[in-house]
Design a protein around this ligand. Sequence first.
Ligand code: GLU
Length: 553
Amino acid sequence: MDHGKLAEILFPEVETAPEYYENLYPKRELPQGAMITRLGPSPTGFIHLGNLYGAFIDERLARLSGGIFYLRIEDTDEKRFVEGAVETIIDSLDFFGIDFDEGAGIQSEYGNYGPYFQSRRKDLYSCFAKILVKKGCAYPCFMTEGEIAETRKQQEEKKETPGIYGKYAVCRDLSISEIKKNISAGKSYVLRLRSDGAETFGQEKKSNIEIHDAIRGTLTMPSNYQDIVILKTNGMPTYHFAHVCDDHFMRTTHVVRGEEWLSSLPIHIELFEKLNFRPPVYCHTAQLMKLDENGNKRKLSKRKDPELSLDFYKEKGYHPESVREYLLTLLNSNYEEWRTQNPGIPCEEFPFSIEKMSTSGALFDLDKLNDVSKECLACISASSLRKFLEKWASQYRPDAYDALKENNAYLESIIDIGRNDPKPRKDFICASQMFEYIKYFFDGFFQIEDPLPEEVNKRDAVSILNAYLSTYDPGDDQSTWFSKIRDIASDLSYAARPKDYKKDPDAYKGHVGHVSTVIRIAITGRSQSPDIWTIQNIMGETKVRSRIIDYLS
Ligand code: GLU
């Protein structure tokens, strides 16, 4: 067979020599050890925690080594393309502090290694597909879907591995005249790899390949023997072929991707060899898992686990710092120790390393994220939390936005309640929960949520609040304020000290805590809140009095 002739028949329009692309995309001039990483999402419109997890690894590797991190949109499957998906990817990752140095952008692309949309790189794929044909490493396959399905059926019956290989690769040895005849008859075809592994398949001589994975160490895997599709009937590449061409020409040094790609690795290695390209360093990450209700580990699922979607974190208003911090605890087992030894330092300074990554499934745990977030928010200033909360509200609680925006100093003092104490308050988790905690400060969101304590009947509550109104003086310091409440308690037969009530419950209606709860409910609507004296100082006399009067009326 004259492979050169076949290449001309299949790709008459391709005249570019491979050197053209080697010159167009030269090796990047970067310091020794700089890593070039990429994120290659498919624009399906759904961006999930796994994407962020991978992107974060890519970003850390590139940043810490002085390298480049770029975004490549893997859009060769038109059926899966969703309008606006690229914007969603960029915006969502940007929200979590992941920025790209080059690649696909919302308006246009930027960088010298583009186009960064695979759908715009067809010429390059055709050029290298032609090279493979010329070398006798690829051939057109005219099998119809029906024939492929029939082959699969036979293979299933014989309990053989499904696929097109060995004797099942019926188009492998078509002559040039047969190929020409098929093409003139208008038969559509794909381009398949002529795998070397196929020749030995079935003779128990399947060879193995050894590949080093930066996370998993040296892997020994059977070589590929499948004549996989390189170009689809429309001339677009499959993932395998595009990955090999693009990561070579975009000069990726480290490919970070999910372990679901491990089984395709032998295919990729064979393609790299046949094209004479050097493979990148592979880093196959463990799947994100969670513990289900029964304590079993399972993969996070799009259908069952809303927390898989990045929108979940945006809607709830998790701070990007918390999520980044949490991802580091998932990624590197020594992160928490580092954090304890380096409090207050940005997590970006942690010497993240691939070697410290776990190969068993990374266990995602929302409670743990919440704990990390509490610590993280405790270190963020009130003014920056205020801005964060306002930004979140502008998108997810527009009804609350104006109220939050009205008075910066007011909102910041609310946020700061108890945060500068010797034992600082650490109960903020995310913006939606923060808003629920503090919303009673805003008249439009204030409502009486809790009932009076059992120890206080309606009549006594009225007496407590009337007495409080007549003694309340916003100038009182905390101890004067509290001694006034003790006096109100004693006057109305409540113990001035809880321990007196405990000792002799029959002698009192309740104790000072029950009395102050009534005041708390009138002012905040809740039986639990931070210290009332502090709340009152922030709210100011007018609001305090009017809430009590409203409660009484
Ligand atoms: N387009 C692939 C995906 O979305 C990317 C895999 C890779 O990073 O190589 O899964």
